[in-house]
Design a protein around this ligand. Structure first.
Ligand SMILES: Cc1cc2nc3c(=O)[nH]c(=O)nc-3n(C[C@H](O)[C@H](O)[C@H](O)COP(=O)(O)O)c2cc1C
Length: 189
């Protein structure tokens, strides 16, 4: 798939088919993710790919994050959107695979920012590669209020949980969320 098409067609998917994702396909998107740039090439990340029972146990913990998130959602969205997101959190839309991206912690704030930016680059590679494979994803940080419990489950208590994404074949075409007027400035042209 053309890169520009992957960028433009990628959406956040919140409904998935139960159909499993072949391991070889997951291997390809993980490989693409790992070719992301990173600050001073530290590659400060870990990817955990969960399916089956570990996926279910992880999602049970992640779903508890909706309690802390709901008041904020109510401030931002209408009732229908709040209901949609709450429903999505319960079982991550039924996606058969969940990927957790964790990055190292750094006591130096500049170092920490570089790790987070590096992890975000990896995350976007992952989402675009999944799009190219015909898979749906949804970048999620709304689970952060359960970070400690999720990291404990992953056996990575000293990491920073960057984000998670469900991965699977989409069961429902998501809406195209419009972009704002371009906040872009061109200087010296
Ligand atoms: C850093 C980040 C965190 C996000 N966290 C969540 C989340 O917790 N739950 C969710 O349903 N969507 C989450 N999203 C998805 C956004 O809602 C989505 O990207 C945005 O509405 C634009 O829609 P699109 O991805 O379909 O273009 C997140 C996206 C980003 C980049």
């Amino acid at each position: 798939m053309d890169l520009y098409n992957a960028i433009k067609n990628r959406r956040s998917h919140r409904f998935y088919k139960p159909e499993p994702v072949p391991r070889a396909v997951l291997e390809r998107i993980v490989e693409a993710a790992l070719w992301a740039p990173s600050g001073t090439n530290q590659q400060p990340w870990d990817l955990t790919i969960l399916t089956g029972q570990p996926r279910d146990e992880f999602v049970t913990i992640a779903s508890q994050a909706i309690e802390a998130l709901e008041p904020r959602l109510r401030q931002l969205f209408d009732e229908q959107r709040v209901a949609l997101v709450s429903q999505f959190f319960k079982n991550l839309g039924g996606a058969p695979v969940v990927i957790a991206v964790t990055v190292w912690k750094d006591p130096d704030p500049f170092g920490q920012e570089a790790h987070i930016q590096s992890g975000a680059a990896l995350m976007q590679n992952l989402l675009l590669a999944a799009e190219a494979e015909g898979l749906g994803t949804c970048w999620m940080t709304g689970i952060k209020s359960r970070e400690k419990e999720l990291l404990a489950y992953l056996g990575l208590p000293d990491r920073h949980l960057l984000a998670i994404t469900p991965v699977g074949y989409s069961a429902k075409t998501p809406p195209v969320v419009p972009r704002k007027e371009r906040p872009v400035r061109w200087l010296g042209f």
